[in-house]
Design a protein around this ligand. Structure first.
Ligand code: FAD
Length: 446
């Protein structure tokens, strides 16, 4: 009997397996596909490899700024970009495969089915454990519209070896906007159709608008408040029909990407074990335990927050519960980012959420154009918005659009996690010249 069986080897599953083994527990990890899950094979990592290529192409487009003279016409070839992405994924996957081979961990290849609260069946063989952690992740969600099957998913677009001339992206969320930015930089004519009033609905409106302006200037056509209702295929390519302000409209393109969110992947046997599932995913308590004692569900499958680092943090919480160890991981202080150029990043509440909750807060902004390092980097397009509670002076939220936003937000995450006041950041010496001085410029205003 193992101490823990983990189903699914994404960032939730494999990091928890490694941590559990480091604590001296015996772990079996079952994976039906490739080690690393969505994040490593079809998510965070391949997209960020492409984002880096896009960043370099953007820099080359302004080559004169960097003193480079392009002799002849600058040409772009997707084949080496695709190969680089594959190589990055392979290298990191091999690292996870090695990690899952350390003493204490038994990796099992196959599809896991739950039999009871202590038994998992894989390839007809039964494995038993004191605890089970379900970390089966999520898969792309579709839209119930005619022709939905003509569209690619994020999995398909990452497997595509040649670029289409034009691409219509249904859904202007994080995944949709990252692909929009990347493929438009690679020369694809991109149209994004978003149902909500603004792209990136969970992000601060000012920050999302700023990104929209930058990307629109770069040639991406962004249509908001539009409801897509069908996709058809004809001699001219694909036609996506949508309704905008009550009027039927359409866009014709070579390919369509559907990126309207993700849904949990549920292993078989949940009913047999009596595990409660809602529309969002497997229901869990604050320790990530399901309604069945000893069975936990972490990461995308519980639908709480579909981010890789959230999956890993939830795995740690479940492991600590199993070990009976106190744990002060604050699962509600989670940074999220959009890896476009410029990047977006956020943590905590938005200004709108503060208003809805009637919180007494002050909002201050700082701009990248006043930051020495940003000017030296030619990355002056950006803004940082800091939200602070007027009574406690604690940081309630921070929203950034600008170069390296995803790295800059981490300082604020740490401060929020420590329950620090804004004064702690204001009194911390920030190196010069660094982009982190944008954070300092904001907090000094309180
Ligand atoms: P997954 O990574 O989905 O892993 C689940 C694993 O379980 C899979 O390998 C699957 O094969 C396996 N499995 C499922 N059912 C069974 C079964 N019955 N038996 C055995 N194995 C099973 N997040 C970020 O934080 N940052 C990003 O930049 C980011 N970019 C993304 C870009 C894209 C295009 C996508 C699609 C996602 C992105 N995400 C990003 C989200 C991130 O990938 C997920 O939040 C994360 O992978 C969730 O981890 P997980 O461990 O819960 O599940």
């Amino acid at each position: 009997m193992f101490d823990i069986i983990i189903i699914g080897a994404g960032p939730g599953g494999y990091e928890t397996a490694a941590d559990a083994a480091a604590h001296g527990l015996t772990v079996a990890i079952v994976e039906r596909d490739q080690m690393g899950g969505t994040c490593l094979n079809r998510g965070c990592i391949p997209t960020k490899a492409l984002c880096r290529n896009a960043e370099v192409v953007n820099l080359m487009r302004e080559s004169e700024v960097w003193g480079l003279k392009i002799v002849g016409e600058m040409a772009f070839d997707y084949a080496p970009v695709f190969e680089r992405k594959e190589a990055v994924v392979k290298q990191l996957r091999e690292g996870v495969e090695m990690l899952m081979g350390v003493p204490g961990i038994t990796a099992i290849k196959g599809e896991a089915t739950l039999k009871d609260a202590n038994t998992v069946v894989v390839n007809g063989k039964e494995y038993q454990a004191k605890n089970i952690i379900i970390a089966t992740g999520s898969a792309p969600r579709g839209l119930p519209i005619e022709g939905a099957d003509l569209a690619m998913t994020s999995d398909d677009i990452l497997a595509m070896e040649t670029l289409p001339k034009s691409l219509c992206i249904v859904g202007g969320g994080v995944i949709g906007m990252e692909f929009a930015a990347v493929f438009s930089t690679f020369g694809v004519e991109v149209t994004v159709i978003e149902y909500c009033k603004e792209i990136l609905p969970p992000f601060d409106k000012d920050v999302a608008k700023r990104l929209k302006t930058v990307l629109s200037k770069r040639g991406i056509k962004i249509i908001t408040s539009a409801a897509v209702n069908g996709i058809t295929k004809g001699d001219d390519g694909m036609t996506v029909t949508y309704e905008l302000k009550g009027k039927p409209q359409s866009v014709t393109c070579e390919s369509v990407l559907m990126s309207v969110g993700r849904q949990p992947v549920l292993p078989q046997g949940l009913d047999a074990v009596g595990i409660t599932v809602s529309r969002r995913g497997i229901e869990v308590d604050d320790n990530m335990m399901t309604n069945v004692p000893g069975v936990y569900a972490i990461g995308d499958v519980n639908g709480r927050m579909m981010l890789a680092h959230a999956a890993s943090a939830q795995g740690q919480r479940a492991l600590h519960a199993i070990l009976g160890k106190a744990d002060d991981i604050k699962l509600d202080i989670v940074p999220s980012a959009v890896f476009t150029v410029p990047e977006l990043a956020m943590v905590g509440l938005t200004e709108e959420q503060c208003e809805e909750r009637g919180l007494d807060v002050t909002v201050k902004k700082a701009f990248f154009r006043s930051n020495g390092k940003a000017v030296a980097m030619n990355e002056t397009d950006g803004l940082l918005k800091m939200i602070v509670d007027n009574t406690t002076r604690q940081i309630v939220g921070c929203h950034i659009c600008g170069a390296h936003a995803a790295d800059l937000i981490q300082e604020v995450v740490t401060a929020m996690n420590a329950g620090a006041t804004v004064d702690l950041l204001a009194h911390s010496i920030h190196g010069h010249p660094t982009l982190s001085e944008v954070v300092l410029a904001a907090v000094k205003q309180f």
